[in-house]
Design a protein around this ligand. Structure first.
Ligand code: M6R
Length: 614
């Protein structure tokens, strides 16, 4: 987590850094800071709070340098306060650093530095690192690049760092292990950032550092990339960014989350574009096709993911088992990586991750790879760490998702999983041509059905008004829509701070039903497919105990309408596609409730978009 940004060139660095930090704020937003490097010395401002607080604090400060770095923080070591905020300065006041990641052995390094007379002002691991760099620089009389390299070889953990020396206003040194870092290459200027969004309007050319690489960025020179471990020079590829400014702005919406919810017809369409040819009955997915024999022979697919992506994985389990008849297990990446899992060569491990940077998911994949599994990635962020280490994969093409609560990335993940399940089902001979064609055709109509589902906004807003003060909520679903219930509950709790739980509807009787009283809103996904009658019985059971029922139903439904307190209608669809459509009103509901409760929708407390620490 945390976002880092930097600039070196002939423009004013401050506005680039501040705007860049605003774009990276999704990565962490409990404190922020920057440092500008003038020939006369450093100008550093940092504060607890958000980037707007930093801007306030910077008023009246000299802000005209053309080299500097900035940071937005999600606290790991030390509470969010001014002192723990980045940048951090070394003891002699010359070196400054911004850091994203965790230095696991910082205590040991700190003890060593204490014995050399170093003192520390913050509780952070980062302050230890900048002093270790200073220590090498001074003791071994090294230049900045070599001092950074020496220090990084002693470090255990994860980092993306940018370091400057007050004695040199022409250079920034960066390094990466486990946390992302992009370098934007302009004409006689360079940008540094955790992702490319801070510099997208200035250049389309970027280098993405690989794990274990560092770079020296010098005014007027080519970027020099080398391996941290042995100082070997690396010739990096320059990538052309596919991102544009419009994609990362709010486009007239009050919040990114609302924009992203409304973008879903397009993001789902973009995810299918060029892949699904419904009239020809063709699904083109090179990542699957190139490894079809492996998929056909797979004894098992294991899906690893976290949070919303894990919920997508659960829907994937239903889809792949039903359509392709391959056994699927879905694991929390954080559990999988630490329990010595049994993995065989014929297993396929699929990681699902919007950011492609989630530390636990990345570690789970690395473990699976070590144990010989074929690893496949479903990521949204192009060029992300997971996308790079996998043997093959499919991008979701949802476009940048900035709201911390995942919405369009989730439905894009469901779309990719459906395409994969259909393709495997067809090539394994589990699906008749007729069923395959009909599901392909229906999938192609999903963007317009999502458009219709978005029309529930007004009714959802009214329902939100009624339940906005609830302290608890239950979400129930069965089959494909059990994960939808989990996802609905996660959306509500993460942005409105209402305690919410998702359950398979039939599990109610085994405990949760004790919670039902007249104050408990129960959101039930009760579409007219699959286990409809059973869900109706579950609704009866809740009604008999005075629970408030809000049901997501298929348009035209009568039976549930008679029982429920409120119904939200979504378009008719096959069960396979219902999680996509049923999620839409649940996303809208959590959005409206959070807005009505005065919560920060795009940056909920304690969270960050990209969880790059375990
Ligand atoms: O980037 P990832 O998909 O790997 O992220 C996984 C979770 O951190 C993420 O889905 C999280 O649960 C979201 N905040 C949910 O809205």
């Amino acid at each position: 987590m945390c976002g880092i940004v930097g600039y070196i060139g002939s423009r004013e660095a401050y506005p680039i850094i501040i705007n860049g930090l605003k774009r990276l704020e999704y990565r962490g937003y409990d404190s922020a800071g920057f440092v500008l490097n003038y020939p006369e010395g450093l100008e550093m401002v940092k504060t607890k709070g958000k980037v707007v607080d930093l801007e306030d604090k910077a008023q009246g400060v000299k802000l005209h340098a053309n080299i500097g770095v900035g940071h937005t923080r999600w606290a790991t070591h030390g509470v969010p306060n001014d002192i723990n905020s980045h940048p951090h300065m070394s003891n002699n006041g010359n070196l400054v650093i911004v850091h994203n990641g965790i230095i696991e052995n910082y205590e040991a390094i700190k003890i060593k530095l204490y014995s050399e007379g170093y003192v520390f002002h913050s509780e952070t691991d980062t302050e230890v690192l900048v002093n270790l760099i200073e220590y090498f620089k001074e003791k071994e009389n090294l230049n900045l690049t070599d001092a950074v390299r020496y220090a990084l070889t002693e470090v255990i953990g994860a980092f993306a760092i940018a370091v400057m020396d007050s004695q040199n206003t022409d250079e920034i040194v960066v390094g990466r292990l486990g946390s992302p870092l992009a370098i934007g290459i302009g004409e006689d200027e360079f940008f540094i950032a955790s992702d490319a969004s801070p510099f997208v309007e200035f250049t389309k050319d970027a280098i993405y550092l690989e794990d274990g690489e560092m770079a020296t960025i010098k005014r007027g020179e080519k970027v020099k990339v080398r391996k941290i471990v042995d100082n070997k020079e690396v010739h990096p590829s320059i990538h052309e960014l596919q991102l544009d400014l419009e994609q990362i702005e709010k486009g007239g919406y009050e919040h990114f989350m609302l924009k992203e919810i409304n973008e879903q017809p397009k993001s789902i369409h973009d995810t299918m574009r060029g892949r699904l040819l419904p009239d020809e009955g063709i699904i083109k997915m090179a990542g699957i096709w190139d490894h079809m024999e492996r998929f056909k022979k797979a004894k098992r697919i294991i899906i690893v993911a976290c949070g919303t992506s894990w919920h997508a994985g659960l829907v994937g389990e239903y889809l792949i088992e039903e359509l392709a008849r391959i056994p699927v297990e879905v694991e929390y990446a954080s559990e999988f990586r630490y329990r010595n899992p049994i993995i065989n060569k014929n297993d396929i491990v699929i990681a699902i991750s919007q950011s492609g940077e989630t530390a636990d998911t990345l570690a789970a994949l690395k473990l699976a790879k070590e144990k010989g599994a074929f690893i496949y990635g479903i990521c949204n962020v192009v060029g992300s760490s997971i996308a790079r280490i996998t043997d093959a994969g499919s991008y979701t093409h949802a476009g940048p998702e900035i709201g911390v609560a995942s919405t369009k990335a989730f439905t894009a993940q469901l779309t990719i999983l459906t395409l994969i399940a259909l393709k495997l089902g067809k090539h394994k001979g589990n699906l008749s041509n007729e069923r395959f064609m009909s599901l392909c055709y229906e999938l192609s109509t999903i963007p317009s059905k999502v458009e219709k589902a978005l029309n529930t906004n007004d009714i959802v807003k009214k329902i939100s008004e009624i339940y906005k003060d609830a302290e608890n909520a239950l979400y129930l679903g069965r089959g494909y829509n059990f994960p939808t219930a989990l996802e609905g509950a996660l959306k509500l709790k993460e942005i409105s701070y209402i305690h919410a739980e998702g359950y398979p509807a039939a599990e109610m009787k085994h405990g949760p039903i004790a919670l039902i009283d007249e104050n408990m809103p129960v959101f039930v996904i009760a579409i007219n497919k699959g286990h409809y009658e059973k869900v109706v019985s579950n609704i009866q059971e809740i009604k008999s105990r005075s629970g408030q029922i809000i049901a997501v139903v298929t348009e035209g439904d009568k039976q549930v309408r008679d029982l429920a307190d409120h119904v939200i209608e979504i378009p008719e669809c096959s069960e396979e596609f219902s999680p996509i459509l049923a999620s839409i009103p649940l996303q809208l509901l959590s959005y409206h409730v959070a807005v009505m409760r005065g919560c920060n929708v795009d940056q909920p407390r304690n969270l960050a978009k990209s969880v790059t620490v375990e």
